[in-house]
Design a protein around this ligand. Sequence first.
Ligand code: TYD
Ligand code: MG
Length: 467
Amino acid sequence: MAKARTQFICQNCGTVHPRWVGKCEGCGQWNTIVEEDPMGGIGGGPGKTPKKGRPVALTTLSGEIEDAPRVMTGISELDRATGGGFVRGSAVLIGGDPGIGKSTVLMQAAAALSRRGHRIIYVSGEEAVAQVRLRAQRLGAADTDVLLAAETNVEDILATLSEGKRPDLVIIDSIQTLWSDIVDSAPGTVTQVRTGVQAMIRFAKQTGAAIVLVGHVTKEGQIAGPRVVEHMVDAVLYFEGDRGHHYRILRTVKNRFGPTDEIGVFEMSDKGLREVTNPSELFLGERNSKSPGAAVFAGMEGTRPVLVEVQALVAPTSLGTPRRAVVGWDGARLSMILAVLEAHCGVRLGQHDVYLNIAGGYRITEPAADLAVASALVSSLAGLALPSDCVYFGEVSLSGAIRPVAHTAQRLKEAEKLGFSQAVLPSASADLPKGAGMSWAEMESLPDLVARIAGSKGALRQKDDDD
Ligand code: TYD
Ligand code: MG
């Protein structure tokens, strides 16, 4: 018999190498290559004749769907992130750092669904039954009919799930603990995880049960080991948040059945996660509006406006190369704003350290934050506080022009609701509300903004001369 050839597979990105190497050519990670049996010991390989196929029954697009296609938890922030509930027959991957609250949110979801009469099975591979029970008690879920198992073997899990009535939702916590008899590799390797996940997805498609898979995330922010899993599932949600803060955000990264820009916001309490229906109040809660360098950004997350504070500190540097540090925003985008400020507005920052932080550990991905960032930077450099009742949004282009962004009316409405009375926004913005309780200044270019904040650059000049 021909010797089974082994392959060397990167545990980070799944790239296959013919021999062992220290650094993966696919993703550039070090020490991620592991020797695995490519066929995973699953029949196959040279010399074996494949099983003869059996025709399947073809069907039409129209036809009966037994139940409602979605199972709603009633936890509105979770339902929002999944696009209106878990879809029957689909697989959802929930990723996040260890300890962020994945098991907690899923136990709460399981309890809520169980109370609505759904059959829920929670398979924990990481914790013993007693530990899961303890958490359920803490969450006030111990009296529900959630069925529990502590198991990691894929075949045993499938056999268990196939018994009795079909479950409406199955939670597998986590995919890194899954292992299958038919694969020789160690648990947690790409082949094992892939095989386990594939088996679970097949079960979901065959039975119509919704499957939720929990996956840990590495320091680099990827689902640990197999990014390949992201391609296999129907939806990917990331649970993020800062250990120093209580709130957690469930962010949709991929969704075959719904929008991908929605977030669900929660607050971690001693009795589990609480929904936060108005995130702006949470993010603006600890605001000190009198200090220079703080600008409130009126942002959008999917269909919902979210107000957050952008904080900047611009200080003379003592180093040869000034520091640029960003938390919660894109570093490349900050460099771009700094370059535009230097090139078009005469704001010299070459001798200054620049620190930028999004308050509360929140992360902004929208380019519409450019204007708020620029305002915070100029405000800090000039040492002049911005008006505390003003919000900022707009995209800055390389030419220094300020470009309109979508959802102007919604942003303004949210700002007004939270007690703001002014806005600085791009000129030529569409859908400006008529007769609203807010006043706004339309900015055509970044120099206009600098002049508005620093008073025709007088404050900046003086500060530069002081240095
Ligand atoms: P957990 O859901 O176990 O995280 P993950 O499954 O993502 O690894 O959450 C663990 C953290 O949440 C832990 O630090 C304790 C905290 N926690 C609370 O603050 N309140 C609670 O009610 C629960 C259940 C957990
Ligand atoms: Mg857990």
